[in-house]
Design a protein. Sequence first.
Length: 501
Amino acid sequence: MAKLFFTEKTTQNRHREIGWKILIVDDEESVHQVTKLALKHFDYKGRKLNFISAYSSRDAMELIRKEHDIAIILLDVVMETENAGLAVVEYIRETLGDSHIRIILRTGQPGCAPKRYVIDHYDINDYKEKTELSQDKLYISIRMGLKSYEYITILNSQKRSLEYIVQAAAAIFKITTLEAFFRSILNATIDLLGISEGRSKVETIAGFIAYPITGECEYKICHGVNNQGQWEEDEEKIAVMLHRLHLQLDSIQGVFNIEEGSFAIPIKDKNEIVTAILLENLGEISDHGKRLLSILSMQASLAFKNIDLFEVISREHQETINLLAVASEYKDEDTGKHVRRIESFTRLIAEELGMEKDEAIRLGQSSTLHDIGKLSVPDSVLQKPGKLTPDEFEAIKLHTVNGEKILAGHGQFELAGHIARTHHEHYDGSGYPEGLSGKDIPLCGRITALADVYDALSNKRPYKEAWPDEEVLGLIRNERGKHFDPDVVDAFFRLIDKGLV
């Protein structure tokens, strides 16, 4: 199997990391100044403190709503009211539903907020009287609060990461094209690192997929799209990246370092590396982050096998459709070119109606079997040059239900079966075999009905000459809402205006 290489480039913030956010809520300016002075040289795990100030409960609530990643709140109780601080606690825990922020209640009037009552009735993390908060005790309270906040944040990150992996796996396993696979894995990697390592770790998303087309190190390149637009690398840099990966891929298991700040995630099929995601300029990744990426690697490997299998099955399915289409053509040589034109018309109309490209292609392919039921119609009827008798017309009409029977029992031909049965139904209910009307007729049948009539009238058949274009188009306009779905007719004429039909 050809080896594929994904590469993704990320940018790490090389400036100083934002410090731990500490919100001081107190109506006395001196408290703010003393607190900042006492903690001026505080450092926890290489990060300083970043102080934010609020002087009332209202200001505090507004800041908490806007600011993200506040680690600790040093909260006064008595400000504009005796219970102003307690109202802030309720806002954080109940209104915002935030259980991560560590709340240290500080009061100079303990009589207004008795310690036991407050601890029993409010979700706070510490309670201090201002008179007992020496510099050392303040240091201990902040350090313990940050340690608790960090632990809770890590647990939440791990929970969200695992939830994301489960959700991403379900989406990845539905992918059926390599291009969609590339973009999905690339975005899943970025999102996962954003959750596990913090959003500041990853600022941009960009990448490409390259796979060999010859044995002479020639690669076909498919560029990825990120939130900054199209990302392009020169051929020389791509070659260097591929060379660096080649040196290590065959003997490596799991996520590994290529060089400082660069990681590769191998994706395997039968223990052979078929794909690798390259992460550059990322800095350090936590052990938890590496484990998550390894899990994603295993899921991607399984998904890649599914895509490879899907492509094989799709090719075989298309070959089967072609064989059946040839079989239906065998009894009517004019039908051969007819079904190929029908495939094109139905696909174009479906796309014009807003159908996804892959679905429109599948509809077009399935429409080639719309007349497969004619295999059951006697040659004397099928190729009769003159007008059909009532009995002969009834025999012709049976090709719809017989076509569905021929295709029945095979899931891959379900759409073709619907088309075979319903492409002679009329929008007003005057068609056959069931007299369905309006939206009760499957869209695939409504689209094929117009394409079939347009092509049949526009071309010579054993029983008729080709109609002039203006007469064919005039009939289709007149049959809007009668034989044909109005939306399908409108889409058809838009294609004509665009010069696509």
